[in-house]
Write a protein that binds this ligand. Structure first.
Ligand code: PBG
Length: 333
């Protein structure tokens, strides 16, 4: 739809930009704290807040410190937190049994946050990479990342997280058939209110580099994830994946990474109208932070501009490491 306009000088588009109140009145999109899901990293120990060198301003926290972080986030009005475990090489095994251990760091963090900060929604990560000796999201058999056996493990992982009190299950593994299997297992176990936010269109991206440091997977990963994550050259395939996940019972869908894939966000929102989220991933975050630290860009300005871009592209929300900083800036205004 293109609005009909008189020609110049009857129409002067600059009239709508002349003052702050006029700009506010004609603004098409808004960014609010309600749009944020904050990804955080949990590790073993107590009283630990360990900086992640490749992600300035991001920490690995022990469970007690994650609870403090969740409380700060809730106080800022951030609606959801997403928990990723950091696991050292010594905590990783070929059978990935840690993934569905009810007492792994992630599940302990879920319980602790639920008890202390009931006002924040908790999202999880479902994939084997943080428990796998070789860093892959699925089991590896003779060099192949096998699908169906992995889905069985992901279902066990999902149930352990739901049992711990997770509100939103976040499968990031890209195996086929996992959403349907998780949904029916959740229904069968009495978790009919537990939601699924599927990482439906997740690309095999170079932008995940700092995250793999953060979770301890960089040293572990053998090879790449191209046999399960998407080819950055594809767009129609993203729509097929989203449609499939919605048909299998996903409540919400995600495009990942974020800024380089805004075209996908827009197509997904226009095609399905489902709750659509983007993940502004670690590499996107660290590029902005690094340039800001050098004084090459205004960090706050670029942060807010990058977050608004997701709203403009049709997203209902954004997973972003900037969530607390952006929430603070929004609260000041
Ligand atoms: C893996 C997972 C990844 C991220 C979230 N879940 C990395 C990967 O697929 O290797 C990346 C997040 C980020 O880069 O911020 N299950």
């Amino acid at each position: 739809m293109r609005p009909t306009q008189a020609s110049f000088p009857a129409t002067r588009l600059r009239r709508a930009r002349q003052t702050a109140p006029i700009r506010a009145l004609t603004r098409e999109n808004t960014l609010s704290v309600d749009d944020f899901i904050w990804p955080v990293f949990v590790r073993s120990g107590e009283g630990i807040e360990e900086p992640i060198p490749s992600m300035p301003g991001v920490f690995r926290r022990s469970v007690d410190k994650i609870v403090d972080a969740a409380r700060d986030a809730a106080d800022l009005g951030i609606p959801a937190i997403c928990i990723f475990p950091y696991t050292g090489l010594e905590e990783r095994t070929e059978d990935c049994a840690g993934a569905w251990d009810p007492d792994n760091h992630a599940n302990r963090a879920i319980r602790a946050i639920k008890a202390a900060v009931p006002d924040i929604a908790i999202m999880t990560d479902v994939a084997l990479d943080t428990y796998n000796i070789n860093g892959h999201d699925g089991f590896v058999e003779n060099g192949e990342i096998v699908n169906d056996r992995t889905v069985e493990a992901l279902v066990k992982m999902t149930l352990a997280q739901a049992e711990a009190g997770a509100d939103i299950i976040g499968p990031s593994d890209m195996m086929d058939g996992r959403i349907g299997a998780m949904r029916s297992a959740l229904e069968g176990a009495g978790h009919q209110n537990t939601m699924i936010l599927s990482y439906s269109a997740k690309y095999a991206s170079g932008f995940y580099g700092p995250f793999r440091d953060a979770v301890g997977a960089s040293g572990a990963l053998t090879g790449d994830k191209k046999t399960y994550q998407m080819d950055p050259a594809n767009s129609d395939e993203a729509l097929r994946l989203i449609e499939r996940d919605l048909r299998e019972g996903a409540d919400m869908v995600m495009v990942k990474p974020g800024l380089p894939y805004l075209d996908i966000c827009r197509r997904v929102k226009d095609t399905f109208g489902a709750p659509t989220y983007a993940y502004q991933v670690s590499g996107e975050y660290s590029m902005i932070q690094a340039a800001a630290q050098q004084g090459w860009i205004d960090g706050d300005k670029v942060m807010m501009e990058s977050l608004m871009a997701f709203k403009r592209a049709g997203c209902d929300g954004i997973l972003t490491y900037f969530a607390p900083a952006a929430a603070r800036l929004l609260a000041e205004k």
